[in-house]
Design a protein around this ligand. Sequence first.
Ligand code: MN
Length: 133
Amino acid sequence: MSKGHVLVVEDNLDNYELVRTILEIAGYDSFLAVNGRDGVEAARKQKPDLILMDMSLPEMNGWDATKRIRDDPQTAHIPMVALTAHTLPRERKRALDAGVDAYLSKPFDAYQFIQLVESTLEDFKGRLIAKKE
Ligand code: MN
């Protein structure tokens, strides 16, 4: 049984293959959107448990796609992690300001990556429980 469905918004298919493989080994299934516009659409239709967002994307960049996902009540709550080659502190802030919950710079190692996926999902579950109480 899958531990969760992860939407990966990524235009580099080699990066997606790597992410998909690590997620699969860790028990998650994933699906791909190759640009920001499709990412927003897939978030709305597929209701993923987590979104991994590249920032440099065709059609609509990751910052704008993140804002759209956050602005739509149907998708606003979905936890999001930015996976990006933009490593400067101000780039990190720009992604967090757009609405991602966490940020990981490429290249990353598999262990670091899966730790962040799991902690982001745990934080999210924690928030849901807190809301119900
Ligand atoms: Mn890219």
